[in-house]
Write a protein that binds this ligand. Sequence first.
Ligand code: ACO
Length: 402
Amino acid sequence: VLDIRKLYGQADVFTYDPGFTSTASCDSTITFIDGDKGELWYRGYPIEQLAEKSNYLEVCYLLLYGELPTAEQMSDFENRVTRHTMVHEQMHNFFRGFRRDSHPMATMVGVVGAMSAFYHDSTDIGDEWQREVAAIRLIAKLPTIAAMAYKYSIGQPFVYPNNELDYASNFLNMCFSVPAEKYQIDPALSKAMDRIFTLHADHEQNASTSTVRLAGSSGANPFACIAAGIACLWGPAHGGANQACLEMLREIGNVERIPEFIERAKDKDDPFRLMGFGHRVYKNFDPRAKVMKESADEVLDLLGIHNNPTLQVAKELEKIALEDEYFVSKKLYPNVDFYSGIILEAMGFPTSMFTPIFALSRTVGWIAQWKEMISDPQNKIGRPRQLYVGSDKREYVDLNNR
Ligand code: ACO
């Protein structure tokens, strides 16, 4: 690692690194990735072990406070999160201001940003207690907000949180129950949902996390910073890939058309990319994708889904791409979004909910990173440099002389 400040002094020399492919913006103790080996650890614990043995709320505790909780700490944390799952009734009115057919991500960017107005008693970042309350409020309320955004988009009444349910079951209940019918939550589906949350909880300095850090570096409040992260996550090259991937599978439509799309992905004159393939850091199988693939198989078996054409295309595409010289040589493996979309589709979520689910899962990672940054004495406002390639200095010309 080359520390450019120590080598050359502060201001006069800087690196030029579009897309930050080789620039570390911070040091961090939260998440470790080895892209060549395909390893991911949260606070030192391999993701495979956490996905198998832990659960999302315990992982939230681990990411926020650095250690696995004792039984007492876990119960206290669960109580604190549970106490904050409801949103202020006034927020229901705020929701109703959106177009009824808004994309749930659009609603979430607005509503989470507006939390700074609804919960301004936890926006003072200099106050440790307020920081803590803001973190708990975000973790507790994001599932409620995501489910409300969904219900609103399909014209159904909001479902209040049920604090007797665990985190994942509560989210499923808020999304799928309707007043007239009793919704039965399948524990295996809750487990699969919880695993999706766990696998998405943090991923070091990706685009949305860096956005949260950059927003936070100016001293902005945590709700504003998380709203910025949600906005960044929405793009199809990042969190929006899960929606884009499933839409692509539907567009391919049947296995006979796969070679045509593979050829398009290889064609440099065609902007088309195989969504759900490739990763900036993993040049080996994404460890989250491995777990997600197993989970997808379990969910499909559980729901008895074997003949769904979209899923058949997904399975065949995966097989063909993993053997194709172009994808092999560029180390383009299916990423986490490829399989998460398959599970969410099977569970009955529309594609527009895929990225909101990613956003609610990643909220804890964003907060943990934000907390780490603002408690770092070395923290200063993020301010990248640029290489100016515009016009030389010139004189202004009056409108009538141009
Ligand atoms: N399909 C076809 N070719 C691809 C793909 C793809 N999905 N991904 C990368 N490539 C090719 C590029 O064209 C490039 O080829 P070249 O060397 O001949 O120019 C090479 O592989 C390297 O690609 P880059 O774009 O330079 O890699 P980068 O690290 O910038 O991009 C990214 C990573 C954005 C994830 C990219 O692989 C992509 O667009 N994938 C599809 C979208 C996607 O699935 N995103 C989800 C990422 S995971 C997440 O956010 C949770």
